[in-house]
Design a protein around this ligand. Structure first.
Ligand SMILES: [Zn+2]
Ligand SMILES: [Zn+2]
Length: 168
């Protein structure tokens, strides 16, 4: 699998910093499969954002549609969750020590850490591959969406199994 480099998420805002407070710039994204961070791959990033120069730095506002790659929490099959991220964040300039979102000394605003934070919040809620995902067999691990297994027929409550033994 080849990914788009996450360098496309690094936006040079040198011209905006030079223009001074009150100026803004619209930027659009239409990016295919991209590895944002080691723990986050997005199937796509689409949308537009407004970057505005303020006294504190660059205010980023916009909506991005992203496809978050992950897995179904019940059966672990790969799933892409389509979500719209509402973004409104201030990137500090000059960069402040300890702040995560800053425009660095080379006038680069990196969207990756922000996308990662937002996407991982959504991902942490977990999702299913389908509303009625059958999950994995607790006994043999078969993915019951794709195949049946023999233990499924013997799927009796352990307390009932105990009772059944007593009755014999
Ligand atoms: Zn599933
Ligand atoms: Zn089974």
């Amino acid at each position: 699998m080849s990914y788009v480099s996450n360098r496309v998420l690094k936006i040079n805002v040198g011209f905006l910093l030079a223009d001074g407070p009150g100026h803004s710039h619209e930027t659009t994204f239409d990016v295919p499969e991209i590895r944002v961070a080691d723990d986050l791959t997005l199937a796509y990033v689409r949308g537009s954002m407004r970057l505005s120069r303020t006294k504190e730095g660059i205010l980023l506002q916009g909506q991005l549609d992203v496809g978050i790659r992950g897995e179904c929490y019940r059966c672990l099959d790969p799933v892409t969750q389509n979500v719209t991220l509402e973004l409104e964040e201030l990137y500090l300039y000059p960069p402040q020590p300890g702040a995560e979102l800053v425009v660095d000394d080379t006038a680069i605003l990196d969207l990756a850490p922000l996308l990662r934070d937002e996407a991982l919040i959504v991902a942490s809620r977990g999702w299913l591959c389908q509303v009625d995902c059958k999950g994995l067999c607790q006994n043999c691990g078969t993915n019951l969406n794709h195949a049946a297994c023999d233990c499924a027929v013997e799927d009796i409550d352990p307390r009932l199994a105990q009772l059944k033994k007593l009755l014999k």
